[in-house]
Write a protein that binds this ligand. Structure first.
Ligand code: GRF
Length: 222
């Protein structure tokens, strides 16, 4: 591993629990990434407090003050450049980005989404997974491409959907896994172990699990 840490910018809009997981992971002295800027499109959100508490430069660029997406994205780009950001993590960032911005960061920007992509893109995905009768849901870390919630998948975690789940209980179960896989994916990227080939992502040294998940387990229904 090289001594120089990957300089990461995290884009947020809300509570920032994934940001916190990234902050905590990067706090390890041997972690190969460092968060150099947290940017929010909403002032006053908890994510900004989390960044400040960790001593990380944080700023809000209020999208409501902008007439169009292009000038908003240009100001974000300027802030990212000034901070020396090399890689972006979207962590609950609730604004669509312009194709120009996404193109500029192609292969250098990842997102976490609370479903097993390519199923359930967009919003309210936990409730939609329940309503669709799915037995499992989970979360996905993926590279960002111009189309929303599409892009090469780096890592996924699966959680069961329980019969009495609500959108909130399922979201909480998924969030626990989000906080595991987002820092792990960032670490792999910063270690330069991740390779994109077309739509697929390969991880050097990965050991895939070979156990299958069943819900309900057949033996429970015997
Ligand atoms: C998470 O569920 C994430 O998957 C989605 O937005 C939510 C952000 O939560 N993109 P937090 O702000 O990280 O707590």
């Amino acid at each position: 591993m090289s001594e120089r840490k990957l300089k990461v910018g995290v884009l947020v809009s809300g509570s920032g629990s994934n940001l916190q997981a990234l902050i905590d992971a990067c706090a390890a002295p041997d972690h190969p990434a460092e968060i150099v800027l947290v940017l929010s499109n909403r002032p006053g959100v908890r994510a900004l407090d989390r960044a400040e508490a960790a001593g990380i430069p944080a700023m809000a660029i209020d999208h409501k003050l902008y007439a169009d997406r292009a000038t908003f994205d240009a100001d974000m780009q300027k802030a990212l450049d000034e901070a020396g950001v090399e890689f972006i993590c979207l962590a609950g960032f609730m604004r669509l980005l312009t194709p120009e911005f996404v193109e500029h960061w192609s292969g250098r920007m990842i997102n976490i989404h609370p479903s097993l992509l390519p199923s359930f893109k967009g919003l309210n995905v936990q409730q939609r997974a329940i309503d669709a009768g799915a037995r499992f849901s989970g979360c996905t870390v993926h590279y960002v491409t111009p189309e929303m919630d599409v892009g090469p998948i780096i890592q996924q975690a699966v959680v069961p959907i329980h019969q009495n789940d609500t959108g909130d209980t399922l979201a909480a179960r998924i969030l626990v896994q989000e906080h595991r896989i987002y820092p792990a994916s960032l670490r792999w990227i910063a270690e330069r172990r991740v390779r994109i080939e077309g739509e697929r992502v390969f991880l050097d040294g990965a050991t895939p699990p070979d156990a299958a998940l069943l819900n309900p387990a057949p033996e429970q229904a015997d």
